[in-house]
Design a protein around this ligand. Structure first.
Ligand code: GH3
Ligand code: MG
Ligand code: MG
Length: 419
């Protein structure tokens, strides 16, 4: 079961309130609060299996020795220390304990850091990291660290096996920690090799070295790593750098998603059609195959829908058509809104007969479907043109499919034209 409770332990009611308010606003956790160690331990005993994380102040009148940290550790409750009490000796002592992080309470920036950390921990659970290091001790050190950050991880000692694993399932790992000195291949060579075969821009790659050699930093970064750390770095520095790299790749992924998505239908937009479609075209050509089909689909007399029921209803019809398209094809096919009420579908590993069959099924199911928009029944038909010859470019295939679409219109609409 998902752990859904955050336990706040703090004597100060206003601190409790401030943290609780932000958590309830930004996250979907249940929040429980305790004002002293005794109360916190009682709650912990009862709820420890459901506690995602605890946020603990060390200034508790009934716990001058800060025993709460060990008590909670025994119950395996993840801890973030969020405390006004801060000195170097205490920091050293705490960093020996299995806590996630230590945040000095210093105004609103610390609360901001705390919330960012909670968001990070939550997202970390659904990531997967690969530690590539030939030293067992280093593997243990890094996996402990990632475990504290709630990042599931795998370890591997042989860089060649690591490459195999990454090629087999390129999307499995979003964080790679790569040691420099390894037998067979060093960490920089591994990144360069990896780049030849796959897109690494969606991964956080951290180079690591045991030697204090400054030239390595630039070497790793130039090869494509997002960051670099020495094995002697502190745990705090590791988690800050790793979290920052993960935040960055997630932001880039989000921007890329927004930039390639059609706002109204959620399908890919025209720009993404060309980006991804050109990749499909090149792949098909490299494989010496003819099996790529481009289909252009246009709604018949769509202007009439707008004129009769209004533009908003027209928008809803477009959204419904997009849903039907999404449900009609394989995940590996590309579905995009080309513009207005025109859509483009690129079928990979498909031939003329298969494309024709798929498009006729789609055309029939749209024609047979009644869209109910605010209880108004609306029916539409579509015309489709298919290009199944691997022409000189994706663009030329789109043009050919478009010409056939207009033949379908001329021949009376609600039909598919293939050649
Ligand atoms: P045909 O069968 O020849 O394709 O006729 P049609 O009416 O579908 O084609 P036409 O190109 O004359 O008109 C397309 C209409 O689609 C006009 C335009 O206002 C409407 N349209 C384009 N984009 C949108 C949109 O995002 N939302 C809505 N509601 N309408 C749109
Ligand atoms: Mg139309
Ligand atoms: Mg049109």
């Amino acid at each position: 079961m998902k752990k859904n409770i955050i336990l706040i332990v703090d004597e100060m009611a206003f601190v409790q309130k401030a943290i609780k308010k932000r958590i309830l606003k930004e996250l979907t956790f249940e929040v429980v609060v305790a004002s002293c160690k005794a109360e916190a331990c009682m709650m912990a005993e009862r709820l420890h299996q459901d506690i995602f994380v605890s946020i603990i102040s060390l200034e508790l009148s009934d716990d001058p020795e800060q025993n709460i940290v060990d008590d909670f550790a025994q119950l395996n409750i993840p801890q973030i220390i969020f405390s006004g009490k801060f000195d170097l000796e205490l920091r050293q002592k705490l960093l020996q304990k299995p806590i996630i992080d230590y945040i000095p309470q210093e105004g609103s920036s610390s609360l901001h850091y705390l919330l960012a950390l909670l968001h990070r921990l939550l997202a970390n659970q659904s990531l997967s990291a690969l530690i590539i290091d030939d030293s067992k001790a280093a593997q243990r050190f890094f996996s402990n660290m990632l475990e504290k950050m709630m990042i599931p991880c795998h370890t591997i000692g042989d860089p060649i096996q690591a490459l195999d694993l990454l090629y087999k399932d390129p999307d499995q790992f979003s964080l790679l920690l790569i040691d420099y000195a390894m037998p067979e291949m060093n960490g920089v060579e591994l990144i360069l090799e990896l780049q030849k075969h796959m897109d690494i821009s969606n991964k956080a790659i951290i180079g690591i070295s045991g030697e204090n050699n400054h030239a390595l930093t630039a070497h790793f970064l130039k090869a494509g790593a997002n960051d670099f750390l020495y094995k002697s770095s502190s745990y705090e520095e590791f988690i800050c750098r790793i979290s920052q790299s993960l935040n960055r790749i997630e932001q880039v992924a989000k921007l890329t998603r927004v930039a390639s998505t059609d706002f109204l239908t959620g399908l890919r937009n025209r720009r993404a059609l060309f980006d991804v479609g050109n990749m499909f075209w090149q792949l098909t050509q490299r494989e010496n195959s003819q099996n790529l089909c481009v289909c252009m689909l246009d709604i018949d007399y769509f202007k009439k829908i707008n004129d009769t029921y209004g533009h908003d209803t027209g928008d809803l019809v477009l959204q419904h058509i997009a849903e039907i398209l999404n449900d009609s094809f394989r995940k590996t096919d590309l579905i995009a809104r080309y513009g207005g009420e025109e859509f483009c579908i690129v079928l990979q590993k498909s031939n003329e007969a298969l494309a024709l069959q798929l498009m006729n099924t789609l055309r029939n199911s749209i024609a047979a479907h009644t869209f109910f928009i605010e209880e108004t029944p609306i029916q539409v038909t579509v015309s489709i043109g298919i290009c199944s010859e691997l022409s000189t470019s994706l663009e030329s295939m789109i043009n050919i499919a478009d010409q056939r679409l207009y033949l379908a219109k001329e021949r009376g609409r609600n039909r598919v034209v293939v050649a």
